[in-house]
Design a protein around this ligand. Structure first.
Ligand SMILES: Nc1ncnc2c1ncn2[C@@H]1O[C@H](COP(=O)(O)OP(=O)(O)OP(=O)(O)O)[C@@H](O)[C@H]1O
Ligand SMILES: [Mg+2]
Length: 466
């Protein structure tokens, strides 16, 4: 790609919608001088935008017949979701409504566009990298190479660049000392390769102001921030939010009865779905969570009976129920006159914009509750379930907790207890009642024995029941 052509594109010939920011410009300039460039940049830097713009600019000015340019993301689905829209936008905004008349062709199924000069830009996924075999490229961008099979470059891409002396831009955010790191190192020593690194401490992008970076730092784990925003290859890729050592502290924490005074009593209820899950009920008052109750094979009316009894006996200020399988429970409780039973949608809109969904916000609220001195019951299952949850920054730069199936793969069951705990932390609840230290249904000795992990309190459920 030629930088002067990029400028020309922006100014004259076409109404090209991309104007590189100063750090993207450094990448384009490096591609003018070097055939192979590795650009390591923090999340939301504009890597994908820069990648598509590089390809589009090069393709539009291609003079060789049948120019061929490729964009490779780790997964074809991802390439389609992220880059296809950007590419089509470049075509429509550059050529306007007349794109067909000037001879542009588009293939939605194969994800390519062919420009008036015959040059084609096609999107690929490394999950189907073999589709690239047998093709040639004048230029290629590999987006997030760290997430690809290590042999993709040597076995598939590099040979495809040979006959036309094609260039390559490798672009990504660190993920431990893996493939991207190897290419980055190569650029520091090999004269044909160039390496660039952009950390969030040095860039200053309009869509990522210092306040946003600070907010991310507060919400991300330290190692996650070091890796994804500071581009530290050596930061551990450990993105577990609940570390076992912290959970252990939360279990061993000593509480005073007065710690609970004035705090709302909230019940969290995770209702079993079809199959093996169990319904799990969590009682939380301020910083205290009691051993959770598990119920098997219960239908909606029975679950409502249990919930109603618990709410009355314990004088709960509110109950929060997951709307997924618990939708009917919420409805029936409200019909029974419990206006303080609320439903929560795991996939719903969070109140804070940095979270991808309500579930992630609930997970972070639980983490903040724990960090502020929350006490958990001594339950190894709950600890295992909590520590199996990981978080990441998703494609839109939002914090997102892993999918339930990923947790199930690790712990081999549904994390019902953890779900119930985060449900109890879903909203801020204002107490309706000024709760005394204890009430008639919970004599002080019972509370004490539960809080300090003592035995001797017999309940009508087994909190460790499988
Ligand atoms: N030069 C630019 N001018 C204006 N907006 C830009 C520019 N480059 C990128 N953006 C915008 O910034 C946002 C992030 O861009 P992009 O998706 O390319 O970043 P990324 O580094 O690939 O992010 P991720 O780390 O999530 O993959 C997008 O909304 C994009 O449209
Ligand atoms: Mg990207």
């Amino acid at each position: 790609m030629n930088q002067s052509l990029l400028k020309q594109t922006q100014i004259k010939s076409y109404n090209f919608p991309y104007s590189a920011h100063q750090y993207q410009l450094e990448i384009h300039k490096a591609l003018d001088e070097f055939r192979f460039v590795t650009a390591v940049a923090h999340r939301r830097f504009g890597k994908t935008e820069c990648a598509i713009a590089s390809l589009f600019t090069a393709a539009i000015h291609e003079t060789k017949p049948d120019g061929m340019y490729g964009y490779i993301a780790p997964f074809l689905k991802q390439a389609k979701q992220i880059a296809w829209r950007k590419l089509k936008r470049y075509v429509s905004e550059t050529f306007g409504r007349d794109w067909k008349a000037v001879g542009i062709q588009k293939n939605e199924a194969e994800l390519w566009v062919q420009l008036p000069n015959g040059a084609r830009i096609q999107l690929f996924g490394a999950d189907n990298a073999d589709a690239i075999r047998g093709l040639y490229f004048d230029g290629i961008v590999i987006d997030e190479i760290a997430d690809m099979r290590p042999d993709v470059w040597n076995a598939i891409i590099r040979p495809a660049l040979a006959d036309r002396q094609g260039w390559a831009l490798l672009i990504g955010t660190p993920k431990g000392m893996n493939e991207l790191y190897k290419f980055y190192q190569r650029g520091l020593n090999d004269p044909h390769w160039k390496s660039l690194l952009f950390s969030a401490t040095t860039t200053n992008l309009p869509w990522l102001p210092p306040s946003e970076i600070k907010a991310l730092e507060e919400d991300m784990t330290e190692s996650m921030f070091a890796q994804e925003m500071l581009c530290d290859f050596q930061a551990s890729s450990d993105d577990v939010l609940f570390k076992l050592v912290d959970l252990d502290k939360a279990v061993k924490r000593q509480m005073k009865l007065s710690d609970l005074t004035g705090a709302a009593r909230v019940i969290g209820l995770d209702v079993a779905g079809p199959g093996k899950d169990k319904t799990c009920l969590t009682k939380k008052q301020g910083l205290m969570v009691w051993p959770q109750m598990m119920f098997k094979n219960m239908k909606t009316p029975e679950i409502c009976d249990v919930l109603a009894a618990q709410m009355i006996q314990w004088k709960a200020d509110a109950a929060i129920v997951d709307n997924g399988y618990g939708f009917a429970v919420v409805e029936q409780m409200q019909r029974r006159g419990f206006s303080n039973v609320y439903g929560v949608d795991f996939g719903g809109t969070p109140s804070q914009p940095q979270y991808a969904n309500k579930k992630t916000e609930m997970v972070y609220r639980t983490k903040k509750w724990l960090d502020s001195g929350g006490k958990l019951p001594n339950d190894p299952d709950l600890m295992q379930e909590a520590s199996a949850h990981t978080v990441r920054l998703n494609e839109k730069g939002k914090l997102e907790v892993c999918k339930k199936d990923a947790v199930k793969d690790v712990i081999r069951r549904s994390p019902d207890k953890f779900d119930s705990l985060i449900i109890a932390n879903a909203f801020d609840i204002v107490p309706l009642i000024v709760h005394p230290f204890q009430n008639a249904t919970e004599p002080a000795n019972v509370m004490q024995s539960q809080m300090f992990g003592g035995a001797g309190h017999v309940q009508d459920y087994d909190p460790y029941d499988q």
